[in-house]
Design a protein. Sequence first.
Length: 283
Amino acid sequence: MIPAAFDYVRVSSLSQAIEFLRDNPDGAKLLAGGHTLLPALKLRLASPELLIDIGSVAEIKGIEIGETHVKIGALTTHSELAASEPLNEIFPIFRETGSVLADPQVRNRGTIGGSLANADPAADWPAVVLALRAKIQIAGATGPRFVPAEEFFLDIFSTALEPDEILASIQIPKPKAGTRYAYRKIRHPASGFAVVGIAIAVRTSDGVVDEASIGVTGATNHAFVGKEASEFLTGKVLSQDNIDEAARILGENTECLSDRYAPAEYRANLVRVELRRALLELS
Ligand SMILES: Cc1cc2nc3c(=O)[nH]c(=O)nc-3n(C[C@H](O)[C@H](O)[C@H](O)COP(=O)(O)OP(=O)(O)OC[C@H]3O[C@@H](n4cnc5c(N)ncnc54)[C@H](O)[C@@H]3O)c2cc1C
C-alpha cells in the first residue's frame, strides 16, 4: 500500500498542465480529486514518474448556466453537482445521480472530469452525459476541441483523450420545456459502483414521446447510448406494453459483461428491469 516514488507539481493553468504532459508523454498523470488515482498508486496499478496536480486550475471549476448551454467545469465535484440549485432546476438528474454515487467522502473530493476521463465501465456520470447529449470539451496544445459524449467512451478505461490532453468541461444543450429525467442504478454492495445504471431523458407532448435519450453504464465495457430503444419509444405513448418492448429491445442490443458478482444474463435482466422502472417513473 505504498506508492512507487514520483515527482509532484501543482499547476495553476491548463496551459501549464498541457506543457508538463507534453514534456512527459509516457510518465505523467493528472491528479484531480485523487479518489481513483491515489488508490491505484497505492496498489501500484499505476506508477507515474510525475503527478500534475490540476486541483487549483480555476478555469475548469464551477457551473455556468448560459443562454443555450450549461457548462460544467471538469473539477466540479460530485457533491457540488448534487447541491447546485441552478443546475438541478434545469437537470434534476444531477441531484438524483450525485446522491447515489459512492459515499460523502468520495462525493466531496471526486470530480466529474476525473470520472469521465477515467471511464470506469461502472461509473455513474457517463450514463448521464450520454442521456443529456453532452459534448466534452478537451484542451490540448493545438487548442480546444469538442467530442460528443457518444464518441468519447471507447473501451474499458479508454476515451478519446490523447495523452497530452485534458478534459476541460462538459457542455450540455439546454432542454426543451417539459423534458423529464430519471437515473436508476443497481449498486454493487461493496463498492457502490453501478452493476447497471440507466439515465434517461424523455419529453412527451399530449402523452406521446417526442424525444427519448437513454444512457447505459455498468452493463458493458463502456457506457453507451440505447439508440434502438430510444427510437422505438419516439412517437409512442408510455404504456406498459411500449415500456416492456423498449426494455426488451435494450436488453437484446446489449452484450453484457460477466463477472463473479453479475453474470451476463443477470446483467441483461437488470438492464431490462432498470429501464422499465425508469420509464414507469416518468409515465
Ligand atoms: C470507495 C469508492 C467508491 C466509489 N464509488 C463510485 C460510484 O459509486 N460511482 C462512481 O461513478 N464512481 C465511484 N468512485 C469513483 C469516484 O467517483 C472518483 O472520484 C472518480 O472516478 C475519479 O475522479 P477524481 O476527481 O477522484 O479523479 P482522479 O482520481 O484524480 O483521476 C482519475 C483518472 O482520471 C485522470 N484525470 C482526472 N481529471 C482529469 C481531467 N480533467 N482530464 C484528463 N484526465 C483526468 C487522472 O489522471 C486519472 O487517470 C468511487 C471511488 C471510491 C474510492
